[in-house]
Design a protein around this ligand. Structure first.
Ligand code: NDP
Ligand code: 13P
Length: 325
């Protein structure tokens, strides 16, 4: 069997299920791992996952709750929430073949450690080769076969190219890079900024304010990225600017939807994973450690931490001293 023929997806949520479909469409032999045996059996039998309602599973996808079976694949996609990645990869690690690429598809930074997703993989599965996939891609759109493009990064350029070949198709176009950190920062920071964008819309501040907020948000994302060694073209690429534009523009984004509810003074949507709420405090800690100014992200973290009202946060941002762009 040629290299990279088989793919396992760890985490049968909305994005894991959509990515299993992507890999099957690309011609790979696909296994979707759900940690709950009952869920796995139900998805296998019904060919739909309640976490991605209305989408029929590709007939080639096998569903398992056996981590040893999932670990046999040539490529692993790790698609749990960011704060669960270490546990999921740690569970998988003893069963992996040496040098198996493990691609993080979560967007976030680990609490407490400040580690990025590939660093978590490197620690939890030292014999694996960490990679990251991120970009503008709603699970629902991708699973329905609507086209998009993302960025896939790993340190070894030849491997990055091979992974893109293994997963890419006409409707899911990964671009490769070796700038792992740039891809990680874009995916993590955009979620926090999308909450701010939702607040702007929820507060009816107008389309001009939304564009200004998104642009200033990009500016702070790029500042932190540069401080952490990311390349400018990655930050302005699909995982940075691309995903920021998507997530700051529509309530289809769960992060934007959280901000929208906050801005309207409504309760947060129940049962919807908004990674930005988890990332905000750790992003701000990281920025402070790097001495990078991130006023929008700081405001989001303070609002979520009940240290600032939304009105006070808006006033604070609007009355900052004028400065050069
Ligand atoms: N949804 C989207 O459009 C996109 C999401 N992402 C990112 O992907 C990540 C996952 O999001 P999404 O799929 O939407 O989230 P969901 O809430 O839909 O699903 C998360 C899944 O992770 C599983 N899980 C949690 N911990 C573990 C573990 N230790 N081992 C195995 N599985 C585990 C959960 O299992 P259980 O059901 O048993 O709780 C659940 O099925 C996030 O970081 C998100 O930002 C990225 C791009 C698009
Ligand atoms: O990352 C995503 C789109 O690229 C999904 O966004 P939300 O997690 O905000 O729904």
């Amino acid at each position: 069997m040629p290299a990279h023929m088989s793919v396992s997806v760890i985490g049968a949520g909305a994005w894991g299920t959509a990515l299993a479909d992507v890999a099957a469409r690309a011609g790979r032999k696909v296994t979707l791992y759900a940690r709950n045996a009952e869920h796995a059996a139900q998805i296998q039998a019904m060919r739909v996952n309640p976490r991605l309602a209305g989408v029929q599973l590709h007939p080639g996808i096998a569903v398992t709750s056996d981590i040893a079976v999932a670990a046999l694949a040539d490529i692993i996609l790790a698609v749990t929430p960011a704060q669960h990645l270490r546990a999921a990869v740690g569970h998988l690690a003893p069963h992996l073949k040496p040098d198996t690429p493990v691609i993080a598809c979560a967007k976030g930074i680990e609490h407490g450690t400040h580690k990025f997703m590939t660093e978590v993989i490197a620690e939890a599965a030292p014999r694996a080769v960490p990679a990251i996939l991120s970009g503008p891609s709603f699970a629902d759109d991708v699973a329905r076969g609507l086209p998009t493009a993302v960025t896939l990064a790993t340190r070894d350029e030849a491997l990055a190219r091979a992974l893109v070949q293994a997963l890419g198709s006409a409707t899911f176009r990964p671009y490769h890079t070796t700038d792992v950190r740039g891809v990680e920062i874009g995916g993590a920071a955009k979620n926090v900024l999308a909450i701010a964008a939702g607040i702007v819309v929820g507060k009816n501040l107008g389309a001009s304010a939304l564009a200004a907020l998104t642009t200033r948000g990009f500016s702070e994302l790029a500042r932190l990225g540069r401080a952490c060694g990311a390349r400018a073209e990655t930050l302005a690429g699909l995982s940075g600017l691309g995903d920021l534009l998507l997530s700051c523009s529509t309530a289809q984004s769960r992060n934007f939807a959280l901000g929208l509810a906050l801005g309207r003074g409504e309760a947060a949507p129940i049962g919807k994973l908004a990674e930005g709420a988890f990332t905000a405090p750790v992003l701000c800690e990281l920025a402070a450690a790097q001495k990078v100014d991130m006023p929008v992200s700081n405001a989001v973290a303070a609002i979520l931490g009940d240290r600032l009202t939304i009105d006070a946060a808006i006033e604070g941002l609007l009355t900052r001293p004028f400065k050069a762009e």
